[in-house]
Design a protein around this ligand. Sequence first.
Ligand SMILES: [Zn+2]
Length: 185
Amino acid sequence: MRKNNLKIKDKEIQYFLRRSSRAKNIRLTVNQKGQLIATLPWIARKKTLENFIFKKSSWIFKKINEVKNMKPGLLDRGDRKDYFKNKQRAYDLVKEKLEKYNRFYNFSYRKIYIRNQKTRWGSCSSMGNLNFNWRIVLLDEVYADYLIVHELCHLKQLNHSKKFWALVQRTIPRYKILRKEMKDI
Ligand SMILES: [Zn+2]
């Protein structure tokens, strides 16, 4: 990947350029190190990309700031060894809780994956797979429950809309407080 610099107003944005023959559109992502990665279709011009970055600059600065200000917490704990040591335990815990809450919701999901990520507790894919961070075993049970229900409800609503939170609330009435507290974990 080539490193590039772009001046926007008084700020400078550094980005890494990746050309892809499969990409149909320009894609911008900010990785865990706070670096901006731009994926560009093979034939697109660099000027087009720079205009795009310019248009998205407030989003980019916000994203980079978020990554840089992430507080060290539970998500920073443990390493690969701990991941392999706790993976099965995390899987069993997730499976048990999913089954318990899904007796209420009755949604259908495909696979459960236990991951070793530093930035997120869980996610739900559009394919219906559920991903959880192995560190869920380190959480107090109330937070683990909230996390499970959160991802479970994404099966129905793949967003954070009012409808989504209404679903969460049906089994986790205190979700607002828990969500706020989780950010400080
Ligand atoms: Zn969510």
